[in-house]
Design a protein around this ligand. Sequence first.
Ligand code: FAD
Ligand code: NAP
Length: 277
Amino acid sequence: MTEMKPVTEATAVKAPVLPDAQTVTEVKHWTDSLFSFKVSRPASLRFRSGEFVMIGLLGDNGKPLLRAYSIASPSWDEELEFYSIKVQDGPLTSKLQHIKAGDQIILRPKPVGTLVHDALLPGKRLWFFATGTGFAPFASLLREPQTYEDYDEIIITHTCREVDELEYGRHLIEDIRQDEMLAELMGEGFADKIRYYPTTTREKSPKMGRITELLKDGTVFADLGIDGGIKPDTDRAMVCGSLAFNLDIKEILEGFDLREGANSEPKEFVIEKAFVG
Ligand SMILES: Cc1cc2nc3c(=O)[nH]c(=O)nc-3n(C[C@H](O)[C@H](O)[C@H](O)COP(=O)(O)OP(=O)(O)OC[C@H]3O[C@@H](n4cnc5c(N)ncnc54)[C@H](O)[C@@H]3O)c2cc1C
Ligand SMILES: NC(=O)c1ccc[n+]([C@@H]2O[C@H](COP(=O)([O-])OP(=O)(O)OC[C@H]3O[C@@H](n4cnc5c(N)ncnc54)[C@H](OP(=O)(O)O)[C@@H]3O)[C@@H](O)[C@H]2O)c1
């Protein structure tokens, strides 16, 4: 039998107290370079679907090591979900990729961002253009009732290098289509408004190529049966990918006479970087 010893100040192990700590409740690894996780939600945190916050861990120097992360869960959810890259020599994600349920992370409860409904003028068809982890803000907006109240059609394009990298998005949309609670919240048949358009660039899949090229040569419109391309009076767009991707899509959207909006000045499209560098 193990001998019980009284806990003295010398023997007591104090749990480290992180500033703005939240508890990890679930972790799912999708590929060698992608994972998603859920954490508890601070009672005071209010955010608009599509916004991002700063999250992180304590660095080796004892100071918070924080990075911007889109909240992938919708504004009404009890928990917060994130979808993350694993950069093997990345200061944060080289460590963050090892978190487990029960661990703590730091979450600064100050949501911000431009990929929000408020930054767009009213329209009929909403395009979400994502590459890689740029899918994250749209994982939130695809579960947001306002998306279906405000639009007749939601087209989500997701371009990744390889087929496996599409899996988080594919799985999420499949879940949305089958979720009875969401159907009750948003109205039966709401998910029929979603048109999912995944493409890969380096591994063979049913639809290959950069979405930018598929927009320029009209393939997307032919595939989706859209006459006349993107129109400024009906179409709205949100864009989230690398800087190069964002700039290329911006040029295409401006070619269709859409204008970039912001929280303070809603227009026809909005853009946010999925990462810096
Ligand atoms: C507004 C905003 C929202 C963001 N939301 C997310 C999110 O939801 N999920 C997420 O994984 N990351 C997101 N990021 C990126 C994130 O802030 C970090 O860069 C990422 O977690 C890597 O951190 P790190 O310290 O390990 O490496 P860093 O030093 O931050 O990055 C090292 C290098 O890795 C590459 N890289 C970084 N992040 C990514 C990425 N997401 N996809 C592809 N390459 C990348 C870049 O080349 C970068 O220079 C977001 C960034 C911004 C600006
Ligand atoms: N994911 C990986 O397997 C991998 C492997 C090694 C290194 N990395 C590094 O990790 C970082 C992120 O990789 P990632 O694959 O997540 O993101 P990424 O390099 O931004 O690519 C994501 C997807 O977006 C496409 N894309 C990139 N720029 C585009 C543009 N201007 N217009 C249209 N489409 C564009 C890519 O197509 P293309 O394939 O045509 O570029 C790819 O399908 C990069 O710095 C990369 O060098 C990633």
